[in-house]
Design a binder for this molecule. Sequence first.
Ligand SMILES: NC(=O)C1=CN([C@@H]2O[C@H](COP(=O)(O)OP(=O)(O)OC[C@H]3O[C@@H](n4cnc5c(N)ncnc54)[C@H](O)[C@@H]3O)[C@@H](O)[C@H]2O)C=CC1
Ligand SMILES: O=C(O)C(=O)COP(=O)(O)O
Length: 436
Amino acid sequence: MNSGKSSPQSRSPVCSSPPKYAEMELQHLERIPPPKHPVKVLLLENVHQTGVLLFEKEGFQVELLKTSLTEEELMEKIRDVHVIGIRSKTKVTKRVLENASKLLAIGCFCIGTDQVDLEAAERLGIPVFNSPFANTRSVAELIIAEIVCLSRKLFDVSKGCHEGQWLKSAVGCHEIRGKTLGIVGYGHIGSQLSVLAESQGMNVIFYDIIPVLPLGNSTPCKSLEEVLSNADFVTLHVPKSPQTENMIGQQQIKLMKKGAYLLNASRGTVVDLQALADSLRSGHLGGAAIDVYPKEPKANGSGFETPLQHCPNTILTPHIGGSTEEAQQMIGEEVATALIKLVRSGSTVNAVNFPNLEVPFTSSSHRILNVHRNVPGVLRDINDIFASRDTNVKAQVLGTTADIGYLIVDVDKETSEEVKEAIASLKPSLRTRILY
Ligand SMILES: NC(=O)C1=CN([C@@H]2O[C@H](COP(=O)(O)OP(=O)(O)OC[C@H]3O[C@@H](n4cnc5c(N)ncnc54)[C@H](O)[C@@H]3O)[C@@H](O)[C@H]2O)C=CC1
Ligand SMILES: O=C(O)C(=O)COP(=O)(O)O
């Protein structure tokens, strides 16, 4: 396991100065007093150096690991960590969170947040941030490439050439123009893919569980089955959820046209891979491209196994849909910026499990953050604490979810540890921080 502080020579080529978006978003922090104590950041799964650069510029202590960690490893490592950054592999469970007494925030340097127990984090007063669309174009472009590769059996004939076999044939090979692409999940990725596919002359149909705007000439279908039975290519772009678990199994594959193709770059739990392998070997399906698997290795290396290995016209990739330099640099910048703003100013803008609040800095003020269970009377009790200590409230913003309230309070005098303890000791309080 490679670990330790990132060193300049180990860094991939990145801009030497912080990116423009981050500069703009963080410039107001210059007026805010720096954190009173060192901020420890643990970044896993090879988070892009742009993020590392931004944290180090803030004076945060960064530990960068190239791998994900098991629950046991994470429970050990997270004890004195203030910010953790993960990607799609590392599972931040309730058990891990209950061990993370100093944790202020979690950054998913990707789209999916299914790897985090969001409710547990919320109830422990820990906001979770992600990058909702920075890698979506990368996924859409990969799928377009794979549609052509599958339609021309490119990987099999290329493998033949590498092995000295000249396998020239048009049998079973087709143009994609005029063919039908069925998109399941018409969100950020699915909708971009819709536009790219139509630009290649494909007909696009799609199925989503919510009403969405059909882009271009795409056609919404009333059911998953309608997509499966009419598409030449079926591609899956849904989140991991109880509803999407094994949503494509033997029964659904049977509904697909003979010779059709299945592509999945969403989550490994969405497709029954044994049923897919059986269908590829029987010749019912013409090919598949799979980027995600029920179990994925925690680090690069050998030993990966899947029932799809050696199936005909089957493209297997190691969860690289979002793995482009452009996407990773944007994600590193976006998520690191959100985490720095949280630590330095209490901003929860773009948090996926918290009320989204941000309060501009006002000079000669002191800021307290409080997360509490969403029950009546908390605001009154906190304001009584200030009033009884002749502390004037200069700004106060409260946001709530069904379970929690998040309060940012600016007061006119330095908040003593005694005041912080008085607020923290209120029964509904979950977490209280004196920011400055
Ligand atoms: N392979 C990779 O490297 C990557 C994988 N992903 C995965 O792709 C997923 C989709 O990404 P985005 O398009 O950005 O998400 P998104 O949230 O923008 O779109 C997902 C769409 O799926 C729909 N949906 C949810 N459940 C459904 C169901 N049962 N049937 C049909 N539609 C359903 C939603 O209504 C939404 O419109 C992410 O949740 C993530 O798990 C995302 C980026 C990279
Ligand atoms: O963005 C997502 O949800 C992804 O699946 C990308 O995963 P990764 O960051 O490559 O581990």
